[in-house]
Write a protein that binds this ligand. Structure first.
Ligand SMILES: *Cc1c(COP(=O)(O)O)cnc(C)c1O
Length: 407
């Protein structure tokens, strides 16, 4: 039997009000489809990559030469960052939700010895990895990090800056200070915070490696580039010990972005076939972030989150998160146990909110690139209408007034 030729794939327009991917800007989508057909070594493509590298240094707030993008999504950048971790390396992982939990799995796969990997290939229990679990809904504090590093004296420590599973901000200064004090090299998953947080990574010298993603705070398309940044200390360590990866190797990947032997060069050299279309749209997204201004963006997110939080609370929800791009909440008491049903009903109408992906089940409402009053009002109205359909007597109009009072 021949495979059928399916009709052309049509994807509807939705309100992407989740933890990410964000509500992609038309400009970024248009930049993906408008470039001419070109190859990955065409001079304007290479120039675009150099410009992206320079814009990324500004967005990360860093002088790190090794600042560029890893093709793929957040996990691709994280895989690159963690490629420095070798079997038997002692590392402390701080876990307070879904994503730091997957970071921990990723690190166990790299730190496991051959025997440990063979004993449990998909979930190796690496004895050199120490996991500190912080309950869902709570943040990793500087004191927790300090105590763990003092006790275990590892080579590495890793944490998510903003844990998107539970919507919690973890204490980056405390993490960096403890790493510095104990001579530990810090690695940070900044997938959710970059482009939203008021963050300058050079303020945190205890952290040597940072990895983010395209489609959350920086508002680029998924599967384009995951921003990463590595300090000289990280690169020196990697030079000494190597990594068992060609494609995600931070030193080798950097060559295509015009970073060779620790120096900026005028144009990149081949590492793999980059996409001119990905480069063009990523470039446009970075331009947008810088046009809006990093401090101004952080402030707009703070204001919008506060307003949306007040509006949702006025309809009986209880918010447990403290991120400024995402609200994680418990529905009004009568809907306890029906969170997934509620989210699915919203998603069926292209109002794309999310449940939490690990226990306990909560509802997540995100505002990436949804900061205008009419966009926030639309979220409140649709959320209120869904509550009404689930027989909760919420007043969506009053909630919109509450929203506006805070904007
Ligand atoms: C979304 C997310 C990831 C995974 O990113 P992908 O782009 O889906 O690969 C990892 N860590 C955190 C904190 C995230 O929010």
């Amino acid at each position: 039997m021949n495979a059928p030729v399916f009709p052309r794939l049509e994807i509807p327009h939705t309100l992407a009000a989740g933890p990410g991917p964000g509500n992609t800007a038309d400009r970024v989508l248009a930049a993906y489809t408008s470039p001419g057909v070109a190859d990955h070594m065409q001079p304007d493509v290479l120039r675009g990559m150099i410009e992206c590298k320079k814009m990324l240094r500004e967005i990360w707030g860093t002088q790190n030469v090794h600042t560029f993008g890893i093709a793929g999504t957040g996990w691709s950048g994280l895989d690159s960052m963690f490629s420095v971790v070798h079997p038997g390396d002692k590392i402390v992982m701080f876990v307070n939700g879904t994503f730091s939990g997957i970071d921990e799995l990723s690190v166990r796969m790299k730190a496991a010895t051959e025997e440990e990997l063979r004993a449990n290939p998909l979930d190796p229990q690496a004895s050199s990895v120490v996991t500190i679990r912080v309950p869902h809904g709570q943040s990793v504090t500087g004191e927790i990090v300090e105590a763990a590093l003092a006790e275990h004296q590892p080579k590495w420590a890793a944490m998510a800056h903003w844990e998107t599973g539970s919507g919690r901000i973890n204490e980056i200064k405390g993490f960096s200070d403890a790493c510095e004090k104990h001579g530990v090299m810090g690695l940070v998953d900044a997938v959710s915070s970059l482009g939203v947080a008021d963050l300058r990574i050079d303020d945190y010298p205890g952290v040597v490696g940072w990895a983010s993603c395209p489609q959350k705070g920086v508002m680029a398309l998924p599967l384009t580039y995951a921003p990463v940044s590595f300090s000289e200390r990280y690169i020196a360590e990697l030079r000494t010990i190597g990594a068992r990866s060609f494609v995600h190797h931070p030193i080798m990947e950097a060559r295509h972005w015009g970073i060779i032997d620790g120096e900026d060069v005028e144009k990149g050299t081949y590492h793999r076939t980059h996409s001119p279309y990905a480069v063009a749209s990523f470039h446009e997204a970075l331009r947008m972030v810088l046009e809006q201004g990093l401090l101004q963006r952080a402030e707009r997110y703070r204001t919008a989150e506060k307003a949306l939080r007040a509006a949702l609370e006025s309809m009986g929800c209880t918010v447990t998160s403290n991120m400024t791009s995402l609200i994680v909440l418990d529905l009004p008491g009568e809907l306890k146990g029906r969170e997934k049903e509620f989210v699915n009903a919203c998603r069926a109408e292209n109002f794309c909110i999310w449940p939490t992906l690990s226990e306990p089940t909560q509802v997540r409402v995100g505002i990436l690139n949804l900061l205008a009053e009419e966009e926030l009002s639309a979220i409140v109205k649709r959320f209120g209408a869904a509550l009404n359909r689930f027989d909760v007597a919420a007043d969506a109009n009053a909630a919109v007034r509450e929203l506006k009072r805070h904007l």
